[in-house]
Design a protein around this ligand. Structure first.
Ligand SMILES: NC(=O)c1ccc[n+]([C@@H]2O[C@H](COP(=O)([O-])OP(=O)(O)OC[C@H]3O[C@@H](n4cnc5c(N)ncnc54)[C@H](O)[C@@H]3O)[C@@H](O)[C@H]2O)c1
Length: 305
């Protein structure tokens, strides 16, 4: 059955260009009323311009959809509040938030200034907090919400020159892991995309031919599915783009449990390093308690005995 967003309202941050624009257009085509947020700065996060968000709204309306533009910065707490308020004032509810706004300030770590670190964290991680902090009470009251956060292979796997960006993008996984638990009983599903697409951000590192070929539309289906009511999975990371859809996860190996009877030393760790670091039989964890259970087995057994 076709996935529809009829009667639903979506907020997409950084939707004036690239991936965000493509998400907004597909959601609107499927019946969502869309708040198209974009500050309209340059790729490094300087300046502002209302034209990109307005252009996407005009495009959606010309195709028969409904949308409204928002020009706030996600990096400001008031900005996050304003865009959620605008969704509520204009359309009366908010079902979907896609935290997508992003900038880049790449350089080798030894050249990185404090400002390059702070700006990246302000837009990516604080910029996801501000919007979701405002949306969260709405989701709880509605007992419904669908969220997609945006991470990056740069952080999950590593990329030279992106210490600030990789760290901020991977912080999204910690954010998701907690929100997936706090949202679950309110039917709020929080998932994450690690996209790859040709956009003005990747134009800095890709050839023009690659940029042209890797259309954002190859990422769109994964994100649109994850924010649909059909999706009841939460806490999942999907790599999407260039004809690939696959799950990425933090997993824990079975490890070695020598017990607490005697203290081990660094030499013992060295001797057992291969078994300790083996990922054979590794699994993702749902929550802290699960992994701690392994550590605390003996303590729990001693208490009982
Ligand atoms: N393109 C890729 O291959 C790729 C890979 C991994 C992650 N990402 C992430 O995907 C997201 C979208 O990137 P894109 O490639 O489409 O880039 P893009 O530059 O085309 O789009 C990002 C948009 O975010 C907006 N924006 C920036 N700062 C903002 C702020 N403070 N408030 C509101 N809007 C703001 C920009 O004006 C821009 O329109 C980003 O989070 C990026 O880090 C992209």
């Amino acid at each position: 059955m076709a996935i529809s967003f009829e009667g639903q309202v979506a907020l997409v941050t950084g939707a004036g260009a690239g991936l965000g624009r493509a998400y907004a257009i597909d959601l609107a085509r499927r019946g969502a009323k869309v708040v198209v947020n974009d500050l309209g700065g340059d790729p490094a996060g300087t300046g502002e311009n209302r034209a990109p968000a307005q252009k996407v709204v005009d495009e959606i309306k010309a195709a028969g959809g409904e949308a409204v533009a928002n020009f706030d910065s996600v990096a400001s707490y008031d900005g996050g509040f304003n865009m959620v308020k605008q969704a509520m004032d204009t359309y009366g509810r908010l079902d979907v938030v896609i935290c997508n706004a992003g900038i880049l300030r790449d350089m080798a770590f030894h050249n990185m200034a404090e400002e390059d670190w702070d700006k990246i964290f302000a837009v990516h991680i604080k910029g996801s907090f501000t919007v979701l902090r405002a949306a969260w009470p709405v989701f709880r009251q509605q007992s419904y919400g669908r969220v997609v956060l945006t991470t990056s292979s740069s952080g999950i796997w590593g990329q030279f020159g992106q210490a600030n960006y990789g760290a901020a993008k991977t912080a999204m996984l910690g954010f998701m892991n907690v929100l997936k638990q706090e949202g679950a009983k309110y039917n709020v599903m929080v998932n994450t995309v690690a996209p790859v697409a040709g956009t003005r951000l990747t134009a800095q590192v890709m050839s023009q031919e690659m940029v042209d070929r890797l259309k954002p539309e190859y990422v769109v289906p994964a994100v649109v599915y994850m924010v649909s009511k059909e999706n009841t999975d939460t806490g999942v990371v999907i790599e999407a783009g260039a004809g690939n859809f696959s799950r990425a996860a933090i997993v824990k190996g079975p490890g070695v449990q020598p017990g607490m009877a005697d203290l081990k030393d660094a030499e013992w760790i060295g001797e057992n390093w291969a078994a300790i670091t083996s990922l054979e039989g590794a699994e993702p964890m749902w929550r802290t308690g699960q992994t701690l259970a392994d550590h605390l087995k003996e303590v729990a057994a001693a208490k009982q005995g």
